[in-house]
Design a protein around this ligand. Structure first.
Ligand code: SF4
Length: 389
């Protein structure tokens, strides 16, 4: 029987490797922006950077741990479950360090075992995968963020108390898959994942007694636990969410479910049927609040930088689009020239826009998702400066 060693607190080399990470991903221009009260003006272009942006504490820690792991295991095979974070440049660098990304380590690497190392990303992994890895025997370096662990604790508590976890999130997202799996750690534990207000409305209608069971199950297929029965499983509900959702939407979702429970069980009975905690992580909340603050300034456009598969970046872009023309780009290469830009629109489609950059003086709002290094922001600013040499 092999014995897995399980590391959750790094290897004590964080201060040392963090210097390497900074050297590779920091940006002088971003430092200048911060030093200038988050504002920089050059030849008619004014850049205004949100007060909170870019790498969050969970991502910082996960990237540092990956670097530490390489240092501590210079000769071992190191695998990473999925992506360390949702940023192509950082993932590319991790691969350059000889860390191989695998989605299902036990399938993709049949001989995985003692002597190997597997890194678990900041979003965590489903409970059953963690168990299987522990049995297989590689050393495990777990970088799951503390804010994600807090959500898991709530979900487990709901399951122990006989409540269904109603999770506001994307059922196909790594973090939500990992969160949902925690509901199944206890006998009778169940979950349902809802994506947006429209889906929550269907759930609320059902709670109020207005819904068809078969239609409901077909609509949410893939987003609930095995043997989910809306008649039985929507009577006692505990609210949770993917940590990177739109905070305002998560609050709306909670309120909608509360009203539906009151309609069905009365004001006095709601405590028996609904438990809710705010589990949006503070870093996500801070970035959304800082962007809302930035959008109070007069701006001609906003640029939101971050991976196209990054949930929190997508939500930042959605917020900004409610105020000014907004372009969500994953990196500087998307800025084709002063006339054309490739970007992801609010419907989630990749598109190209012509005539995107105004003439004359321009005020540009900038922010970046929690997995975007400063280097990417600096490159975007440098590129735009070339438009007004
Ligand atoms: S976005 Fe929040 S939950 Fe996710 S890694 Fe960052 S701090 Fe942790």
């Amino acid at each position: 029987m092999t014995e897995t060693r399980y590391f959750r607190k790094g290897f004590g080399l964080r201060a040392e490797v963090h210097k390497d990470v900074e050297r590779e991903f920091d940006s002088g221009i971003v430092r200048d922006l911060i030093g200038g009260d988050h504002t920089l003006t050059s030849n008619g272009l004014t850049f205004l950077l949100a007060k909170q942006f870019g790498f969050c504490y969970g991502v910082d820690r996960a990237v540092d741990y990956a670097y530490e792991t390489r240092k501590v295991y210079p000769d071992s095979r190191i695998f990473l479950m999925g992506q360390i974070i949702h940023n192509p440049a950082v993932n590319h660098r991790i691969q350059e360090m000889g860390i191989r990304m695998v989605h299902e380590p036990l399938v993709d690497v049949p001989d995985l075992g003692e002597g190997d190392v597997v890194i678990i990303p900041a979003f965590g992994v489903p409970a059953q995968d963690l168990l299987a890895l522990k049995e297989a025997g590689p050393d495990l370096v777990d970088t799951t963020c503390g804010s994600v662990l807090t959500v898991w604790k709530n979900v487990e508590k709901y399951a122990r108390g006989g409540f269904t976890s109603l999770i506001h999130g994307k059922h196909y997202h790594e973090e939500t898959k990992a969160t949902a799996s925690r509901a199944l750690l206890h006998p009778g534990g169940r979950y349902l994942v809802v994506l947006n207000v429209a889906e929550v409305q269907v759930v609320c209608d059902y709670i109020r007694g207005d819904g068809d069971r078969e239609e409901f199950l077909s609509r949410f297929e893939g987003a609930y636990s095995e043997n989910f029965d809306p008649d039985r499983d929507l009577v006692r509900v505990g609210m949770a969410n993917q940590t990177t959702m739109l905070a305002s939407e998560s609050l709306t979702v909670q309120e909608m479910v509360r009203e539906a429970m009151i309609a069905r069980f009365g004001e006095d009975g709601v405590g028996e049927h609904l438990i809710a905690f705010d589990t949006i992580c503070p870093a996500t909340q801070d970035r959304q609040d800082a962007l809302l603050c930035l959008l109070q300034d007069p701006l001609d456009l906003a640029i939101v930088i971050g991976g196209y598969n990054s949930s929190n970046t997508g939500h930042l872009a959605k917020i900004a689009a409610g105020y000014v023309p907004t372009f969500h780009i994953q990196n500087v290469e998307e800025i084709l020239d002063e006339n054309r830009i490739r970007h992801r629109n609010t419907e989630g489609e990749l598109t190209e826009t012509e005539g995107w950059f105004p003439e004359g003086d321009v005020r540009i709002g900038l922010t970046a998702g929690a997995s975007t290094p400063n280097l990417e922001i600096g490159r975007v600013v440098t590129r735009l400066m070339e438009f007004r040499p």
